[in-house]
Design a protein around this ligand. Structure first.
Ligand code: C5P
Length: 424
């Protein structure tokens, strides 16, 4: 591909050199278009040497070849890393006062921006609005990483790692439709996306079963993956509801405002919420970690130590997903409903994790099953995830997608697999 790599003036500009090298190693032709400020951080010679192409910041170089139009026209992908708040503002406004912004106005290919700036700048309403508008126009804006910033401060605003930028950029370039690749945290994005007019319900977090008024049986699910899925569905235009089972408040606070949140706690509450949505939902994604058992009885008052051991009697919880499949198969739910299960497996010496997941798909009878390997410390509470998506094929479970990266990135790929399944 012919790729334009826009570099703007931030301390992270040096990381763009790694992005450039990665793109070149994959055989792409890359034209680097820095802003004048970017050259303060990394000089022209570096970009020219690494790209093997001339570097200019202004529309007044190469005028005879009408460079400011030609570069944009010929580009098959534009990647901007780092993208400063200033660049996002100028691009949103359509200002074309240097070669990069002029190129952005003439480019018709996918545009992927990796912002980097101080947290306050990223969270400033002006930047938030600029990002939302650019996403609506089809830009892929990668969520900045959280961590140490230029000074002693830290927070969201770090440039994501070059490999993540490369992955998101190439995914956007090959995406059949840009909106699905948009970042999940945009509230407004995707109102006209591929899931527009579709109702998506996502369960997230982990159910808790009370033992007494202060104790419960629970699990380690943070709800991050489910929340990211809800955000991805909303970004793709779906009317989205998150059934949040004990999801961290910080995770809920980060959700786009167009995701409706219903909070539940126990399996019974989650089941009631799922069933209430079953007749209207086009897609139900069961990402929640549901407790398989609950105490036969919850003590009314706080249990006291007895001096000896404690034997708890547990009874089995209903399998909500299985109930949804049965209701759908009996024609009791919305026609054409797509049911998606999750399988968090560690595997065992006898059976590898992915085989357990494949068996689960066939046992549960869902349309898709998202498998994540949770052996070791993987998945729970982490920001990254690796998943494989299966559907029932003629010869057992058939792999339809595989994704690794941030939970937001993985969510886009899962939503894409769901869209593909619904249009199959
Ligand atoms: O059987 P297992 O718990 O591994 O299945 C996982 C899938 O089933 C997840 O999608 C989970 O949300 C769902 N599930 C459920 N009700 C249960 C247990 C799991 O809906 N009681």
């Amino acid at each position: 591909m012919r790729i334009v790599l826009g570099v703007t003036g931030g301390i992270a500009a040096y990381k763009a050199a790694h992005v450039l090298r990665g793109l070149r190693e994959q055989g792409h032709e890359v034209r680097v278009v820095p802003t004048e400020a970017a050259l303060t951080f990394v000089g022209r010679a570096t970009w020219e040497a690494l790209s093997g192409q001339p570097v200019s910041t202004t529309v007044f170089d190469g005028v005879e070849q009408v460079e400011h139009v030609r570069i944009g026209h010929e580009a098959e992908l534009v990647v901007i890393a780092p993208a400063t708040a200033d660049l996002l503002a100028r691009a949103r406004a359509g200002i074309a006062d240097d070669l990069l912004t002029a190129t952005l106005l003439t480019a018709t290919c996918p545009v992927v921006a990796a912002p980097a700036m101080h947290t306050q700048m990223w969270e400033n309403p002006a930047t938030v609005e600029n990002v939302a508008v650019l996403r609506e126009r089809g830009w892929t804006i990668i969520e900045p990483a959280v961590g140490r910033l230029t000074g002693a401060d830290s927070g969201p605003g770090r440039l994501p790692e070059p490999e993540d930028i490369l992955e998101a950029a190439l995914a956007a370039a090959h995406a059949p439709s840009a909106p699905v690749q948009q970042d999940t945290s945009s509230a407004e994005a995707g109102e006209t996306g591929p899931l527009h007019g579709t109702s998506v319900v996502v369960s997230a977090g982990g159910t808790r079963e009370p033992l007494d008024p202060v104790r419960f049986l629970g699990n380690r699910s943070s709800g991050k993956q489910g929340a990211a899925l809800a955000a991805a569905a909303a970004a793709a235009g779906a009317d989205t509801t998150l059934l949040a089972a004990n999801v961290d408040s910080a995770v809920l606070a980060d959700l786009p405002t167009n995701v409706q949140v219903d909070e539940v706690s126990t399996t019974a509450e989650l089941q009631a919420a799922c069933m209430a949505h079953a007749s209207t939902a086009d897609v139900i994604i069961m990402a929640a970690a549901v407790a398989d058992y609950r105490p036969a009885q919850a003590a009314e008052h706080k249990m006291k130590k007895s001096g000896g051991g404690l034997v708890l009697e547990l009874v089995e919880n209903p399998d909500i997903l299985r109930g949804l499949v049965e209701a759908r198969d009996a024609g009791l739910t919305r026609t054409g409903q797509t049911l998606v299960g999750f399988a968090a497996e560690t595997g065992s010496p006898e059976t590898p994790a992915h085989e357990l997941a494949q068996q689960k798909l066939l046992r549960k009878g869902t349309d898709l099953l998202v498998f994540n390997d949770v052996s070791g410390d993987r998945a729970f509470g982490q920001d990254d995830n690796t998943v494989v998506v299966y559907r029932p094929g003629d010869a057992g479970a058939q792999e339809v997608a595989r994704s690794t990266g941030s939970k937001a990135h993985v969510s886009h790929d899962v939503i894409r697999a769901i869209i593909a399944e619904r249009t199959r």
